[in-house]
Write a protein that binds this ligand. Sequence first.
Ligand code: ZN
Length: 56
Amino acid sequence: MSDYKRTKCPKCGNENPRKIHEEPDKNTVLYYSMQGTPVYKMSCKCGLCGHKFDKN
Ligand SMILES: [Zn+2]
């Protein structure tokens, strides 16, 4: 057992971390840092099928 959280594409089932790219979802601001910089929610994009999904 491992508590390492795997990110898996819900569409094609890809769970190769090298094929999943994390990127900020610029439509969703989580909060603003003290410098006033927006911190975006991170979302994942599957490198195989191009599906975008939220990181859990
Ligand atoms: Zn996929």
